[in-house]
Design a protein around this ligand. Sequence first.
Ligand code: BYC
Length: 318
Amino acid sequence: MTAPTPTELQDEFDALIAADQRIEPRDWMPEAYRKTLIRQISQHAHSEIIGMQPEGNWITRAPSLARKAILMAKVQDEAGHGLYLYSAAQTLGITRDEMTRQLIEGRAKYSSIFNYPTPTWADMGAIGWLVDGAAICNQVPLCRASYGPYGRAMVRICKEESFHQRQGFEILLTLMRGTEAQRAMAQESVDRWYWPSLMMFGPPDDQSPNSAQSTAWKIKRFSNDELRQRFIGMLVPQAEVLGVTLPDPELRWDEKEERWHTSEIDWTEFHEVIAGRGPMNAVRIQNRRDAHEQGAWVREAAAAYAAKKSAVTTEAAA
Ligand code: BYC
């Protein structure tokens, strides 16, 4: 049997994508597809890991034992999401060490949203409601991403994210049913997180260099603006139930255009944050670097234990 030609391999790949079948690690894939997936999945994994910090900030200060336990479980879930995603990226031929190096050396992107501070308890509610809410909108379609390991990881992640979103909503609802000061705290937090949560979906479609190709490869199923619109549509009735005001005086449903009309998003702020100049970028990376360095002994101990165990197994088998 002769080996397939590059054209035959490409045709087979194109046919799988056209038929909505999954590409698996054993399959041939174009180098650009592999690179795009490594880019997106590793950025996504880093976001989950860096995303533990803004909430980790509140574990010791959450207002009750139950709130501490819930928050701790949520932060632990984010660590798990990071691990599923690093594992999915590893199937594409990059090592976890390399991805970690890119992150702690400041060479990797991660979601802009995690570069904002969390000064109040209400921020735990706003993150759950807005940030996890945006994450769900963006990630549910990714469950159908053409690359098998990524799509499958997203299924589990989305289930957990939907629980996270509800716990955030419940924190805000409790605050909104509380004292005047608690209601003000909740509203102030929503005011700070609303615009950055809209930026999570990425630049407007006409300034999104990766969208066309990622959509053709069925990694992305909807455009950045489509998902942003869907998210706003989800928030409006929920904000009403909460009794919070979304901080956009221009926000209204445009009957004629059948879309939400909003004020202009501050894209200068977005570009500053993703260029590393957001309020918390330096702190987030420094913390990650410190944790990695301080965790070196754990990695060494785990490797030594694994080596010892495999030596014992080999001896027993001999
Ligand atoms: N922040 O051509 P575009 C979570 C970059 S974790 C930073 O539209 P694409 C959670 C983009 O990477 C949330 N950078 O790109 C965790 C690209 O740069 P490069 C993370 C951004 O990939 C813990 C450039 O801008 N979710 O929810 O087609 C606790 C041009 O953009 C951002 C994911 O990662 C941003 N917001 O679309 C709680 C989901 N937006 O790489 C919650 C998976 C854009 O060319 N990722 N950029 O240098 C995606 O769905 C897509 O990658 C995006 C961007 C929609 C984010």
